[in-house]
Design a protein around this ligand. Structure first.
Ligand SMILES: Nc1ncnc2c1ncn2[C@@H]1O[C@H](COP(=O)(O)OP(=O)(O)O)[C@@H](O)[C@H]1O
Ligand SMILES: O=C(OP(=O)(O)O)[C@H](O)COP(=O)(O)O
Length: 483
């Protein structure tokens, strides 16, 4: 174990701060006479509540140091991973840059984009690259296809991307292979080639090194701006970094980490999390860690039926993860033991089929008939949830309360969006994460009043858990940047 007095490897570049200012804060920051840089020692890290073993240590320290900005220390570190902002036209002109973005936007049955937040969020990085003469090879997944599936093609994104970038984006029909190589070879400086859905290959999610190598062979350097997918160790988010140097963070990734690490490392309390949506198997596991962090946990969406069934309640044909029933029981017990207020909806809106024109009715959660499925939380639950959020100081929300895409089942989700907007107006920190949750907040027209709109649901929850995000870890370390 490291000695308690050894200096950490963290050191911040010299700032224009006078030494007297730094000495005033000497209990926290020490001015190193040799380099005149500010360095933090393990002892002071502990006093600040950090653990030297924390994988997110450097990000958390960066965020903490930034908070000294108003108190005399002017130099702050924005991020410890190399950033696309560090790359100038000398680095980029004529270079082929593989950009992994998360363009996993919601599409309706007519293949129209219903919320373009993730596309807009990817624009600053792409613009920086094309304005500096790079050839951008843009990659993303869309949905969870099993093999090549036309409805998960990235083709519907081309017009919106082109309009936002102000240039015509070229689309490839594949993401690797000779046809793609030909298109890459013909790219002029300052142009963008959008590769086809990288998940059309099963090797992507398996993080297959040969597949990663093929993706990497298209380019000279790598930028990861896919915050929403940074919690996945996939070929295009992690594997590819082994073959492309430098591998740097995009502006969106940087912005998300900057905000979220700061907000969730020492949240103002009471701290509430609201978790819903349909990705039950990947998000139910997060709840265990959330119980360590939050004071209030509200569950909605497809998540709740696994909890009901675990308690012996009939759920009809609602979404259930049979192999998570034991986990759900354990989580309820853990919440009790930890004194966390875990609230499940007491009533639900049920449907006789999964369709916008389904027959629907409101029933107690314990009275879902066979053949019916729960597609929203009911009015009593909305009231209970609203009341429980009343005293909170920080709220993080991921996953809609119901199938909000169908008007009949959108009430619960819209009510939560409105409540968080109201709380935001009263100074509560409100963080909304996830493609569909953000789409819901945009639909209600309250996105602009939230403290932070995150392009990642699962990614922001994992960050909150204190987990390492593989897509971030794989990037090159930066020389700390004073800004
Ligand atoms: N009770 C439910 N049954 C089935 N699907 C649901 C239910 N409640 C919400 N959903 C669906 O969950 C999806 C969003 O889930 P998820 O991807 O986990 O959220 P996010 O994209 O915000 O992270 C939406 O498409 C919504 O229709
Ligand atoms: O939509 C996403 O995640 P989110 O729903 O947790 O925000 C990302 O695009 C990641 O997708 P995935 O959960 O299929 O890996």
């Amino acid at each position: 174990m490291a000695s308690a007095t050894a200096p950490t490897t963290l050191s911040l570049l010299p700032t224009t701060t006078s030494s007297s200012t730094s000495h005033t804060r000497s209990s926290l920051l020490h001015l190193s006479p040799a380099s005149s840089s500010i360095s933090l020692r393990f002892t002071s890290l502990r006093r600040l509540g950090f653990s030297a073993a924390d994988p997110l240590l450097s990000l958390k320290v960066a965020s903490k140091v930034r908070s000294f900005g108003g108190k005399g220390v002017r130099g702050v570190v924005s991020m410890v991973k190399k950033s696309v902002g560090d790359l100038t036209s000398a680095d980029l002109k004529g270079k082929k840059v593989f950009v992994r973005a998360d363009l996993n936007v919601p599409l309706n049955d007519n293949q129209e984009i219903t919320d373009d937040t993730r596309i807009r969020a990817a624009v600053p990085t792409i613009k920086h690259l094309i304005q500096n003469g790079a050839k951008v090879i843009l990659s993303s997944h869309l949905g969870r296809p099993k093999g090549v599936t036309p409805k998960f093609s990235l083709a519907p994104l081309v017009p919106r991307l082109s309009a936002l970038l102000g240039i015509q984006v070229v689309k490839a029909d594949d993401c690797i292979g000779p046809e793609v190589e030909k298109l890459v070879a013909s790219l002029p400086d300052g142009s963008v080639l959008l590769l086809e859905n990288v998940r059309f290959y099963k090797e992507e999610e398996k993080n297959d090194p040969e597949f990663a190598k093929k993706l990497a062979s298209l380019a000279d350097l790598y930028v990861n701006d896919a915050f929403g997918t940074a919690h996945r160790a996939h070929a295009s988010t992690e594997g590819v970094t082994k073959f492309l140097k430098p591998s740097v963070a995009g502006f969106l990734l940087q912005k998300e980490l900057d905000y979220l690490v700061g907000a969730v490392s020492s949240p103002k309390r009471p701290f509430a999390a609201i978790v819903g949506g349909s990705k039950v198997s990947s998000k139910i596991g997060v709840i265990e860690s959330l119980l360590e962090k939050v004071d209030i946990l509200l569950l909605g969406g497809g998540m709740i039926f696994t909890f009901y069934k675990a308690q012996g309640i009939s759920v009809g044909s609602s979404l259930v993860e049979e192999d998570k029933l034991d986990l759900a029981t354990t989580l309820i017990e853990k919440a009790k033991a930890k004194g966390v207020s875990l609230l499940l909806p007491t009533d639900v809106v049920i449907a006789d089929k999964f369709a916008p024109d389904a027959n629907s009715k409101i029933v107690p959660a314990s009275a879902i008939p066979d053949g019916w499925m729960g597609l929203d939380i009911g009015p009593d639950s909305i009231k209970t949830f609203n009341d429980s959020l009343e005293t909170t100081k920080t709220v993080i929300w991921n996953g809609p309360m119901g199938v909000f895409e169908f008007e009949k089942f959108a009430t619960g989700t819209e009510a939560v969006a409105k409540k968080l907007a109201e709380l935001s107006g009263k100074g509560v920190t409100t963080i909304i994460g996830g493609g569909d949750s953000v789409a819901a907040v945009e639909k209600v027209g309250v996105a602009s009043v939230m403290s932070h709109i995150s392009t990642g649901g699962g990614a922001s929850l994992e960050l909150l858990e204190g987990k390492q995000l593989p897509g971030v870890l794989a990037l090159d370390e930066a020389t700390p940047v004073a800004v």
